[in-house]
Design a binder for this molecule. Sequence first.
Ligand code: NAD
Length: 342
Amino acid sequence: MTVKVAVHGYGTIGKRVADAVTRQSDMKLVGVAKTRPSHEARSALAKGYKLFLAGAGQRDAFDRAGIPLAGTAAEMIREADVVIDCAPDKVGRENARLYQEAKVAAIFQGGEKADIAEVSFSALANFEAARGKRTVRVVSCNTTGIARAAAVLEPAFGVAHWEATIVRRGADPAESHKGPINGILPTFKLPSHHGPDVKSIFPSLPITTIAMVVPTTLMHVHVNHVKLTRAPASASEVLERFRKTPRFHLFREWEGVEGTPQVMEFARDRGGPGRSDMMENALWENGLRLDGPDLYFFQAIHQESIVVPENIDAIRATMNLAPDAATSIAQTDRSLGIPAPE
Ligand code: NAD
């Protein structure tokens, strides 16, 4: 069975999700919708994607730029079995009406509140909860990173208490209108919204988060302190759990990966079908320490891409395309060049 997928919103996340959809043997990209002509619209056409007019966009602007449109977003949506809404934060809620009218399944992103969908989703944690649902929300980049780590730690060792400090990037690399950025901005909502958002997937996880924004565009970094209920014998046991789980990449000390610049350099060197993105949680083996039941670890999260494989798995879950999470995750990862666990 081949499922017809439309991507509504073609920015940082939408363009990556559209590329990923074209790499799936069980999916077909109906088209992508944008509000304005831009270099991304030109690239979409060069890739052979049908381009549709989104939101309050002006058809004239596309005509003047010589970018042909295949129709309106409403027309694109009518052709689809499932729409991936990749519109800016909170705009997905306005778009939800279009999906209801067209009676298509819809997958929203983490910039929407949890109540926009029947289920908030992270593939390693709750693939089955999204099976057959008509509306799903793929949680944000930071929440995805924590949910993946929780899907490893909670079943293996139990979590008595988890405190995470989220060090957030100031902007995405292409968002030059937000910069130059020189400052460290505490997030004065205490605790930050990330902890409650993780609970949209793990309702009883005792996690609390605080956040700050720093002048970088590369990645977020999470500083974690987790008190485990069943203390592992050694840090190696914890590392082994992460190493054997899909969508984790562990750097060894001798690799000289001092921080996020080298993580992204690694991803660019790797190349392949994953657009030189880092879709895995990146951990440092020498950045993890166990002290009795107290686990400390850092993880880096590539905000632009971590949710991309999750959107592909969310499509498989809602459309009943895979027998289980492991099969979908393995298929997605193979198609995107994310290595299988060692
Ligand atoms: P973006 O601003 O890069 O792209 C948004 C796109 O939507 C643009 O192409 C814009 O033209 C288009 N658009 C504008 N109005 C629209 C409308 N009414 N209908 C459809 N499309 C419209 O945004 P983004 O960073 O890709 O974020 C999209 C969603 O993904 C948000 O919910 C965001 O919170 C979430 N998200 C973003 C990141 C990130 O780091 N960028 C990470 C994870 C999740």
